[in-house]
Design a protein around this ligand. Structure first.
Ligand SMILES: C[S@@+](CC[C@H](N)C(=O)[O-])C[C@H]1O[C@@H](n2cnc3c(N)ncnc32)[C@H](O)[C@@H]1O
Length: 215
């Protein structure tokens, strides 16, 4: 197994569904991050394909002008998912309790996961499911920043540097035979020390790890 039981632990051990009981109509990352993500989707997704947007909420990061054949949503809060303008349908499922996706083999061209991978306690099982539901040559795009609900992130994530987190997500893909070698995309603004000292921030750092189903 990739992670030991300590690395899977969360500080808040309550049921994740209770944590997401009340909708949060917020965005979890800044505009710069979202722009980069939407640009990445524009470059890597094909129109008229089937998309699975997992661990999602009320906002879509898909490019407005792109039409897809079908967008399947998933998350933990029904009210948030009901507001997402891109979903053709959605389901609520706690992926730390029910590890099997209720989706057919080889039925999606792309699987998307935004700023949420840190909450998965059994990523090897979930990535195996992602592999199962992807069509051959289908793509999976996992994006994340350095923000999180700290008490709900697994220890392996909390204890890691940003660079280690990129390696961690790569290792999730590598734990499943048949994914291509994962590609990391990193955009971190370098703010000069003096400006940072004066309070200027560089925006949320952007990380994405991308792989395809090759076999
Ligand atoms: C920070 S939000 C990100 C939402 C969305 N991807 C976005 O970009 O706005 C984290 C999301 O992870 C999902 N999540 C967290 N724990 C989960 C779990 N145990 N099972 C399934 N989904 C979970 C919830 O749907 C929640 O909305």
């Amino acid at each position: 197994m990739l992670l030991n039981s300590n690395q899977r632990q969360k500080l808040d051990t309550g049921n994740d569904r209770e944590f997401y009981d009340n909708p949060r109509f917020v965005t979890h990352v800044d505009e710069g991050f979202i722009d980069r993500l939407t640009t990445l989707y524009r470059e890597r997704l094909a129109p008229d394909t089937r998309i699975f947007d997992m661990m999602s909420s009320w906002v879509s990061h898909l490019p407005d002008e792109m039409k897809f054949e079908y967008v399947q949503g998933h998350g933990l809060n029904q009210q948030e998912l009901a507001k997402n303008p891109r979903f053709d349908s959605y389901f609520v499922q706690n992926l730390n309790q029910e590890l099997k996706l209720p989706l057919e083999d080889e039925s999606f061209d792309a699987v998307l996961n935004t700023v949420s991978v840190q909450y998965l306690q059994y990523p090897e099982a979930i990535f195996a499911e992602i592999y199962r539901i992807l069509k051959p040559n289908g793509i999976a795009i996992f994006s994340f920043s350095n923000r999180m609900f700290y008490n709900k992130a697994i220890a392996a994530w909390r204890d890691a540097s940003d660079a280690d987190r990129v390696e961690l997500v790569k290792s999730y893909f590598q734990s499943v035979k048949g994914f291509s070698s994962p590609e990391a995309i990193v955009h971190v603004s370098q703010v000069p020390e003096l400006l940072r000292w004066m309070g200027a921030g560089g925006g949320d750092p952007f990380y994405a790890v991308v792989a395809r189903k090759i076999a």
